[in-house]
Design a binder for this molecule. Sequence first.
Ligand SMILES: Cc1cc2nc3c(=O)[nH]c(=O)nc-3n(C[C@H](O)[C@H](O)[C@H](O)COP(=O)(O)O)c2cc1C
Length: 385
Amino acid sequence: MALWHFMTAGESHGPGLVGIVDGVPAGVPVTSDIVNQDLARRQKGYGRGGRMAIEKDQVEFFGGVRHGKTMGSPVALLVKNRDFVNWQESMDPGEGKADRVITRPRPGHADLVGGIKYQHRDLRNVLERASARETTMRVALGAVARSFLRELGVEVRGHVISIGDVRAPYQDYTLEQIVAAETSPVRTVDPSTETAMTAAIDRAKEDGDTLGGVFEIKAFGLPVGLGSYAQWNRRLEGQLAQSLLSIPAMKAVEVGTGMAQADVPGSEVHDAIWWEKAQGFTRLSNRAGGIEGGITTGMPMVVRVAMKPLSTLLSPLGSYDIETKEPFLAQVERSDVTAVPAAVVVGEAMVLHVLANAILEKFGGDSLSEIAQRIRAWDRYVREY
Ligand SMILES: Cc1cc2nc3c(=O)[nH]c(=O)nc-3n(C[C@H](O)[C@H](O)[C@H](O)COP(=O)(O)O)c2cc1C
């Protein structure tokens, strides 16, 4: 089992979401402000409506944090679903009321396969948990990982590279540029791309359609040597891919220049090694995305993730009712157009969890100060290697 491991529970219209992360060292600053900041970032983004207005997510602490610092015990969090007041009877764990039954599986969602797998005849039992609402708790727990890593000088931030076929020019963006993208309604760095993206979202909305896209996550300030080639499941890029593809609607992950590496000769792919006395070993480029042989190189870590367009469309797709076996068109009154800007924050959270675990594996330690001390000594060794 991972040293840093977390679990979530809760349904989309139930009382709320609960989460526990275990393995958090003592002394990490954690406050409701720190967690709520990331929860609010997940709720922003051009192309979304409805529920985001209802739910202003706020964290509540149930364990592991005292007077603003973690205690070394499991951190337990709760985020209530504000909308639950309207669902109390439908979602009652007791008798309740058998209303809001769903027998019409929506294409592109877990509804049909989930119903078959778990032998449900009310597909609400599937979509309540398969909904991306669950990613709220991943983000809340990810904020704990963010604070831990920040104390060690590691920053993880993401931005949107494309929405539909509108693509930002590729650049090796700095941390400051990526942080500045926070003020963009589509969380993208380049202002002219931003205008084209919001126009594409408006067009898709008029057409009753939805859009996917690609986002990039970078980690700055990582020590050399996280992850390993020694066993298949210790390779860092493998862990990142599993974590990022576990987010609903994510369909592809690439590391560094990724897919494009397959199209060009090796001389245009690999990064030359450079040495200077002051800084020790480094690379002249970073096409590997900060990972070689499953291990961090000390260059910024770069991963990119492709999200499919949202499944719920205003323009209908065909499906069949599971009871009547009658065909129907899966039409809804309103739907979000895209959630790529929000998905960036979920992607950051998943990367943060992977990196927090990798740091614990490499440096161990029960308290933040113990780990920080070990990393300082390690960095000195690496510079002098
Ligand atoms: C942050 C976020 C928000 C999402 N919002 C919606 C949404 O509003 N409508 C929708 O149809 N799908 C939405 N999705 C995607 C679905 O949850 C997902 O496509 C579905 O559960 C099926 O899973 P799969 O695409 O991985 O097969 C969202 C995903 C994320 C990460």
